[in-house]
Ligand binder design. Structure first.
Ligand SMILES: [Fe+2]
Ligand SMILES: [Fe+2]
Length: 204
C-alpha cells in the first residue's frame, strides 16, 4: 500500500521504503515492525530518544521530593498555630493537595516509561532534593516551605531543559508542575511578609 507523507527530512535513508517514499521523516514499515514488538512496554517505543534509565532516575528523584513535600505541608497544616493560622493551614492544605497530584503524575509517567516509581518511605528523605524541616512557629514553617519551593523551581527548570524536545510528554508535565510550584512560592512569599510584620508587631 502506498503511504505518502508530506513531512520532509528522513531518519532512515537505508531502507527501501523510505527511498520509495522520497524525502520522508520516518520509515513506516520500520515503525510498524518496532511498534508490534515489545508490546508490554506500552508507551515506550524503541525510538524513545533519551536514556530511559536516566529519565526514570531523574523522575524518581522528583517523585521522592513530591512525597516529602506532601508530608511537610500536611505536617504544617496540622501544627500551624497562632492568629490567622486557620487561613494559613488552609493554604498549606491546598499546596499539599497539589503536591499529591504532582506525585501521582510523576509516578504514572515513570510507569509509562517502563520504570518503577519508587515510593519506598525508608529512602524518600535521602532521595528528595528538599528537607522535611524542623519549624514550629508559623513564620518558620512558611519560610521552610518557601525555601523548598524555590529549590524545586530550580530543579524543575533543569528537568524541563533535559527532557526538552526529545520527550515532549514528560516536558509538558514538568512545565505544568513548575507553574504550580511558582504559584506556591509566590503565595508563600506574600504570606511570609504578612506574618513577619505581624510577628514584629506582636513583639512590641
Ligand atoms: Fe510539587
Ligand atoms: Fe509546591
Amino acid at each position: 500500500m502506498a503511504h505518502n507523507n508530506m513531512i520532509s527530512k528522513h531518519l532512515d535513508t537505508n531502507s527501501p521504503r523510505s527511498a520509495a517514499a522520497g524525502d520522508s521523516l520516518y520509515n513506516v514499515d520500520q515503525i510498524r515492525r518496532q511498534a508490534s514488538k515489545s508490546l508490554l512496554e506500552g508507551a515506550l517505543t524503541e525510538n524513545y530518544p533519551l536514556d530511559v534509565e536516566k529519565a526514570c532516575a531523574l523522575l524518581n528523584e522528583a517523585l521522592a521530593t513530591e512525597i516529602l513535600c506532601v508530608l511537610r505541608y500536611r505536617h504544617h497544616q496540622v501544627i500551624a498555630k497562632g492568629i490567622s493560622s486557620s487561613d494559613i493551614a488552609k493554604e498549606f492544605a491546598e499546596h499539599a493537595a497539589n503536591e499529591e497530584e504532582h506525585m501521582i503524575m510523576i509516578a504514572e509517567r515513570i510507569n509509562q516509561l517502563g520504570g518503577d516509581p519508587d515510593m519506598n518511605p525508608a529512602t524518600v528523605a535521602s532521595r528528595a532534593v528538599t528537607e522535611y524541616g524542623h519549624g514550629k512557629d508559623l513564620v518558620t514553617l512558611i519560610r521552610e516551605d518557601l525555601v523548598a519551593e524555590r529549590i524545586v523551581i530550580d530543579v524543575y527548570r533543569k528537568l524541563v531543559g533535559w527532557f526538552g524536545l526529545e520527550d515532549p510528554t514528560t516536558r509538558r508535565m514538568l512545565e505544568k508542575i513548575l507553574k504550580d510550584e511558582e504559584e506556591h512560592a509566590n503565595e508563600l512569599a506574600d504570606l511570609l511578609v504578612a506574618n513577619e510584620d505581624r510577628q514584629e508587631r506582636d513583639a512590641h
